[in-house]
Design a protein around this ligand. Structure first.
Ligand code: CTP
Length: 402
């Protein structure tokens, strides 16, 4: 993800400095070349020995090397980096950053840096909320830095509130997103609706009809579209997945009717839609108010059909809107896929099968065939769902940019 990227990791005086060790480890693991710069206050919380062992480089802190007087050039460092991450960022350091108070190497490097800057504040809740600190954060934003908002929870002071440095995994993902967003984006300005995951149709207050869709394919498509620069409306059924990207607006739904309502709202705003959700075709005709009791008699649940979201929107689609469907077929794949293109007015359909262990629901891999409305076919080998998402988005990109 960050392979070959040059990262300056700035560590300041905060209890959360211990989390910077894990952050450094993650950055190195993802292939980044990391130079740590620690402030004098940061050194009170964490030793340079640990940091230099993990980064494989001396940790910089002073303007001059102790014994030979060699100068550590903040200008060179600022030009070297692809990204600068300040985590944890104390109130003191952020105050110095916005006021150009250059009494340590981290601040001088920040002022010389030409790369994107990510700042992850960490402090006590009252310090964080103080108008002086909030003003500094706003100033940092106005200077172009991205802020990784701290989380809410138990703080080192024993108090509860907003001020915990965000988890290292989230900071790494934000760094990846920030670098991605710097690249030229072919789908910038395009808006795309993506449905993902299963829907659950309630039987009674504690039971539902659902399916094994994990939502992984739809989430990978949403992320890839955002990586290509598109603004994404992700409508997700009940899935255990998280996603964080500034271009992704996520709406969580449970039932097919809720998914349909969200899609009807967003589709008119969009240039394209990818319907990857496994929408339940039927829902119980009536939902019991109380939990159904077990008896020894056979039980029948009457089902009524759910709306077909893709078909409904496909019927209304405008000349310049593009729609993409999925067909998960156990037999007669191509015939069924072509029928669905016709019926739901898709520009192309992604055909896959749940017959093999490594394909379809719940897996991390998939093998797909893309069938276009003019019946042209492209078959792809087994790939990770992330790579499959790139194939699907690339096919969509070709139509959108035609
Ligand atoms: N779809 C939808 N709303 C539904 C059912 C399906 O939007 N109520 C969409 C799916 O997201 C997918 C496509 O339609 O993109 C085909 O879904 P699939 O379940 O394969 O097709 P069905 O039309 O339900 O046909 P069947 O289950 O009989 O194969």
């Amino acid at each position: 993800m960050l392979k070959g990227k040059k990262v300056i990791l700035g560590i300041t005086g905060s209890i959360a400095a211990y989390k910077a060790v894990y952050l450094l480890r993650l950055l190195v693991k993802t292939g980044a070349d990391v130079q740590v710069i620690i402030t004098p206050a940061g050194r009170k919380f964490i030793t340079p020995v640990t940091l230099s062992a993990l980064s494989g480089k001396p940790v910089l802190s002073e303007f001059f090397a102790n014994n030979d007087g060699t100068w550590h050039s903040h200008v060179d460092l600022g030009l070297w980096a692809d990204i600068m991450i300040v985590a944890p960022a104390s109130a003191n350091t952020m105050g110095k950053m916005v006021n150009a108070i250059c009494d340590n190497l981290l601040i001088t490097t920040y002022l010389s840096a030409k790369c994107p800057v990510l700042v992850a504040p960490a402090m006590d809740l009252d310090m964080f909320a103080h108008p002086a600190n909030q003003r500094n954060i706003e100033l940092l934003r106005s200077f172009g830095a991205q802020i990784v908002e701290p989380g809410t929870g138990e703080l080192a002071s024993g108090l509860e509130g907003k001020g915990r440095m965000e988890d290292p995994e989230v900071i790494v993902q934000r760094a990846v997103d920030l670098l991605e967003s710097q690249k030229k984006k072919s789908l910038t300005g395009k808006k795309v609706l993506v449905t993902a995951g299963p829907t659950y149709e309630n039987i009674d207050p504690v039971r539902f009809i659902g399916n094994y869709s994990s939502g992984k394919m739809g989430f990978a498509i949403a992320r890839t579209l955002a990586d290509f620069g598109a603004e994404v409306y992700l409508v997700a059924g009940p899935v255990g997945l998280s996603i964080s990207h500034p271009l992704i607006k996520r709406t969580d739904v449970v039932s097919a009717l809720e998914m349909e309502a969200a899609c009807r709202e967003f589709f008119p705003l969009c240039d394209a839609a990818v319907f990857s959700a496994a929408v339940a075709d039927y829902a119980p005709a009536a939902v019991a108010n109380d939990k159904l009791k077990r008896t020894d008699a056979e039980m029948t649940i009457r089902l009524k059909p759910n709306p077909d979201i893709a078909e409904g929107l496909g019927a209304k689609k405008k000349e310049n809107q593009v729609t993409v469907g999925f067909a998960l077929e156990t037999s007669n794949g191509e015939v069924n896929a072509l029928r669905k293109i016709e019926k739901k007015n898709f520009d192309f359909i992604v055909l896959n099968s749940p017959n093999k262990a490594e394909e379809g629901f719940m897996t991390d891999t998939n093998r797909i065939t893309i069938i276009h409305k003019d019946h042209k076919k492209e078959s792809f080998p087994l790939k990770s769902k992330k790579d499959v998402a790139v194939d699907i988005v690339t096919a969509l990109e070709k139509i959108l940019l035609k």
